[in-house]
Design a binder for this molecule. Structure first.
Ligand SMILES: Nc1ncnc2c1ncn2[C@@H]1O[C@H](COP(=O)(O)OP(=O)(O)OP(=O)(O)O)[C@@H](O)[C@H]1O
Length: 992
């Protein structure tokens, strides 16, 4: 490679869309190239960089920064930089340094290749043309970004993903009930945002115990390769840092990867990691299990950006661990806990990140304050006043009758609806009928109501009740006498209050294991259910561990344990051992941490060795089995000690809340309501009064009714509007086109010389071959890959890769096809009556191209559909007379050697017909730009108007969303104006 000098102009082979770059700095064996067209820089090792220097020669056409065109007359070099002596269109001389060349240029040159006789095979030519057609279809698809996930197509998930992902920098709370697929929804949103270029840097923060599961889900289901950042990786990167060539400073380790998963617990233990993280910028921040974030309205004034004091952290770290650990034991203190450092950290990172996704199945687990706290992270301007929020929340119940009417299948009289709109006069204008509302009017009013629903736009919550196909839950209760060990004569009784739920922790295992009747009962149950997998959950790690050791030793039971005392790796190993169907553990003994986020739906029996003192944790525990993918009735076994607080709480949960057999998401608020009476009975070991049970049942019934009709009904409608959701599933199925992808992909493999062997229907084994066109084919492994296009097969066979139009292998190879020059110049003969032998025709096709930042998604408006022309030597356009397919049918192959000879003889005629073709194409450019602009405006302007309209009544529309949309329209307009026609392929046709 010649010497690299600052100011030289280079292009990237892999990323042609970056335009013409400029060497920005050279340091040792590395260089930085800045690409002004997209305002991005890249660092390369000089030796093997996939870039080339651009040096024009006399005769070439070039343009300067202001788009003025010149022809090069002579080229000189000064200190490693090229100086072009050129002429403008009027023949005036100009000197243009390479530094001033236009950055908006691309380097596909089918005309040059054709004239030089570099002819491609007909198949390559057709494949290239078809690739443009496919890319055009995919980029305009309303479900673009949602095709590539290895998931069952579930309407509620697709609906949320589609709604959220189409937003610029989405900030939402994904709060579906336990096990309905929040991780999957988040993955779909990430995939869509990354695929369409809306986001490129993503940080996911998850509890320790879920790090591995997230890594695997992101990779397996969405082909997203996240890097795991734990303490040891952070420290290694900090010790061997990359140096920024510009500043000479160490590169922040969090800047070294684009997609990072980080253990939240680990992060909280490491002040330096936190401080480095706060210096980075993210397009999207995802926080799982966000209900752990504590916020106290009374310490709002504390600065979230304050650097943590390491001593304070050490101290608070213990608090944090404690509070997590004890959360369910001391629920009364949750709302009085100080705002957690974890909350402050998310607040600080969330302010810097453009988008924020918070995930929790139990948004109101610790009351409305903590729910508000999370909404506040999403949009602090909107959610700044807790009292106003509380008032607003109660307002929605007032629209119950209106919502009931609008969602009923019955006819609705205008006279009935108008009085209900008295408080919402702006919606009256939607009614045009005189007698009965039409179906459209009903829908429009409902839509507007939902749009204006304050939390509706930021909060998505699907519930089981709104879905079919969830398995039954069956409770098996086992009362047994409380043993004397828990009621010693000479000491305080251990069977009372919240402590009485787990009395065994006060004793050593050797004492309680042989005497606690739950253990003996468990022995029987395990032998009864020998052929079943069993998940046993105990609140404390010490209990889970003691049980595991006891059963392993005494019964040689195939079992393992999962608790906070294990390392991340050990926990994953335990979960995998339990999941193994053939040689795995029969029983997993799990502490409370196992009740969060993990997927154990392959088991159908679970044992509550004790009861948690928070009803949301009951739901969390059951949610390990009661989740998507569960195929059988879930058996919930609950042993409890009579004459202890366990009996009291069991009765409250079962008789009062009916918590075991039916999912009930508002359990915590009812629990909180009756907590003092309940606590009294648990402490004094008195029976729960029947009136209390009856009152609890009534409260539950009232809340359920309210949820069905009021606020939650709106929320539910917003979270999944059924007709649209079903339509999305249909659209994905339609766009998926596995058969079409199969035949297209086979041609692509052929083109790149990749070997393929049939595996089963719609599935192949593909391998590198000696005929490979390039050494590289995206994602191809040395010993081959087994791939399928069949979604069902992919869902049941983890070992097979699921290929879709959005799989990286397909996306990248299509990109290689259109960015390279393969197939862009061909020649053929036709023999048609009336066409004189020797007559020349030229088929050409163009696309409107501009070099613009990817996040603008201009491809949605600049159609990739080729503008096709068929021109004869007189410049007549025959494209309407002979279509591309018809021409194809008439074409006969021509030996390339012969083709080259013909072109050499007829070079000036060929040049002439190319020029004619260019002139014809140029006539279309204004129309194409106009159509691109009108498509863009119809889309974005309409969304802007909608946002502005909504903002008048819905304060959750943020001002920056509106500004961002206005900017986006302005930028799109600018880049469409910059667009030029790019010749993408030429086929010379000679009549014989
Ligand atoms: N569309 C889908 N296709 C196939 N499997 C799915 C789909 N959606 C969810 N699952 C599976 O269902 C289980 C639950 O999904 P997920 O973990 O996303 O739920 P969640 O709402 O995040 O659960 P939790 O509330 O426990 O955190 C997982 O095993 C997931 O892989």
């Amino acid at each position: 490679m010649n010497s690299v000098v600052v100011g030289q102009r280079w292009i990237s082979h892999n990323e042609a869309h970056l335009g013409l770059g400029m060497v920005q700095s050279v340091e040792g064996r590395r260089m930085e190239i800045y690409f002004p067209a997209v305002n991005e820089s890249r660092h390369y090792a000089i030796e093997n960089a996939p870039v080339s220097r651009i040096a024009y020669q006399a005769g070439d056409h070039i343009t300067d920064m202001d788009d003025v065109a010149y022809q090069v007359v002579e080229v000189n070099e000064q200190q490693g930089l090229l100086i072009y002596q050129c002429e403008d269109v009027d023949g005036n001389p100009h000197t243009l340094a390479e530094l001033h060349l236009n950055c908006f240029v691309q380097f596909n040159a089918p005309d040059k290749r054709l004239l030089n006789g570099q002819l491609d095979k007909e198949d390559s030519y057709q494949l290239r043309y078809d690739t443009f057609l496919q890319l055009d279809r995919l980029s305009r698809s309303p479900v673009s970004g949602l095709l590539g996930s290895r998931v069952e197509l579930l309407p509620h998930q697709l609906y949320i993903a589609h709604e959220v992902a189409k937003r610029q920098a989405p900030r939402v709370l994904l709060a579906d009930e336990v096990g309905l697929g929040k991780t999957i929804e988040a993955g779909m949103i990430l995939h869509q945002q990354l695929h369409t270029g809306q986001a490129s840097r993503v940080l996911i923060l998850v509890p320790d115990s879920l790090v591995h599961q997230w890594l695997v889900e992101m990779l397996r289901r969405f082909n997203l390769h996240f890097a795991l950042f734990d303490q040891s990786r952070f420290e290694t990167l900090s010790q061997e840092p990359d140096i920024d060539l510009d500043t000479g400073k160490q590169v922040n380790p969090f800047e070294m990867e684009q997609l990072i998963i980080c253990s939240f617990d680990g992060l909280m233990r490491h002040p330096e990691m936190q401080s480095k993280l706060k210096q980075t910028q993210w397009d999207l921040l995802v926080v799982d299990e966000a209900h752990h974030l504590h916020w106290n309205p009374d310490d709002q004034s504390e600065s979230s950006d304050k650097e943590p004091d390491p001593k304070e952290i050490d101290h608070k770290e213990n608090d944090h661990k404690e509070s997590d650990h004890n959360e369910s034991l001391d629920i009364t203190s949750v709302s009085s806990l100080p705002t957690g450092d974890d909350y402050k950290l998310v607040e600080s990172l969330g302010q810097q990140a453009a988008g924020l996704l918070l995930l929790t199945a139990t948004p109101e687990q610790a009351g409305i304050e903590s729910h508000f706290a999370r909404l506040r992270l999403l949009d602090p301007d909107r959610f700044h006043d807790l009292q106003a929020f509380k008032n607003e929340a109660s307002l929605y119940t007032e629209h119950q009758s209106l919502i009931t009417l609008l969602t009923s299948d019955d006819d609705v009289a205008v006279a009935d609806i108008k009085p209900l709109l008295a408080e919402l006069p702006q919606l009256l204008s939607e009614i045009h009928s005189e007698q009965q509302l039409t179906a459209e009017e009903k829908q429009t009013i409902l839509d507007r109501l939902i749009d204006q629903h304050g939390t509706g736009r930021v909060l998505f919550r699907n519930t089981r009740s709104a879905m079919d196909n969830f398995p039954e839950r069956q409770l098996h209760a086992y009362p047994m006498p409380c043993p004397e060990i828990y009621t010693p004569d000479d000491d305080e009784p251990m069977n009372i209050g919240f402590a009485g739920l787990t009395p065994e922790v006060e004793l050593v295992p050797d004492v309680w294991l042989p005497r606690d009747p739950r253990v003996e009962w468990l022995e029987q149950k395990l032998s009864e259910l020998k052929s079943e997998k069993l998940l046993v959950i105990a609140h404390h790690a010490s209990t889970a561990l003691a049980l595991q050791q006891y059963f392993q030793k005494k019964h040689a039971l195939r079992c393992t344990s999962f608790h906070e005392g294990l390392s991340l790796f050990e926990r994953d190993r335990a979960a995998a051992y339990f999941a193994d169907r053939e040689d795995g553990a029969q029983v997993l003994f799990c502490s409370e941490i196992g009740s969060e986020g993990r997927n154990f739906q392959f088991a159908h029996h679970m044992i509550f060795f004790d009861l948690p003192n928070n009803p949301d944790l009951v739901e969390q525990r059951i949610g390990r089995l009661d989740r998507i993918g569960q195929t059988q009735t879930i058996n919930i076994h609950v042993p409890y000690l009579t004459g202890s607080s366990q009996e009291v709480l069991f009765r409250f949960y079962n008789d009062g809340l009916n918590l075991f057999e039916k999912s009930f998401s508002a359990g915590y608020s009812v629990f909180e309501h009756y907590q003092s009476q309940l606590q009294l009975c648990m402490t004094e070991l008195t029976d729960l009064p029947d009136e209390l049970i009856a009152a609890t049942q009534q409260t539950v019934a009232d809340i359920k009714k309210q949820m069905e009709q009021g606020r939650d009904r709106l929320l539910e409608l917003n979270s999944c509007r059924q007709p649209q959701a079903d339509h999305l599933v249909e659209q994905v199925e339609k766009e998926e086109q596995a058969n079409r992808l199969a035949s297209y992909f086979e041609r692509l493999l052929e083109e790149f010389g990749v070997e393929q062997e049939d595996h089963s229907s719609l599935s192949w084994v593909i391998r590198p071959s000696d005929q490979m066109k390039h050494a590289y084919f995206p994602g191809l492994k040395e010993d081959g890959n087994t791939v399928t296009l069949d979604r069902l097969k992919a869902l049941s066979r983890d070992d097979i890769e699921f290929l879709t139009w959005e799989h990286p292998m397909v996306v990248e190879s299509m990109d290689m096809m259109v960015k390279g020059d393969a197939g862009n110049a061909a020649m053929t003969t036709i023999s048609v009556k009336g066409l004189k032998p020797g007559t020349l025709l030229l088929e050409s096709y163009y696309t409107l191209e501009t070099i613009a930042p990817k996040h603008l998604q201009l491809q949605r408006y600049l159609s990739l559909k080729p503008l096709r022309l068929l021109i004869d030597v007189n410049g007549k356009d025959l494209s309407a007379v002979v279509s591309h397919d018809a021409l194809n049918g008439l074409s006969q192959p021509l030996k390339r050697k012969v083709g080259r000879q013909v072109i050499a003889q007829m070079k000036s005629q060929v040049q002439h017909v190319i020029d004619k073709s260019e002139k014809h194409a140029a006539k279309h450019i204004d129309d194409l730009k106009l159509s691109a602009k009108s498509k863009m405006k119809a889309d974005l302007q309409a969304e802007l108007v909608r946002l502005k309209e909504l903002q008048k009544t819905n304060p959750s529309i943020r001002e920056d969303e509106i500004t961002a949309m206005e900017q986006r329209i302005k930028h799109c307009d600018y880049y469409i104006d910059k667009a030029s026609l790019q010749m993408q392929g030429l086929k010379l046709v000679v009549a014989s």
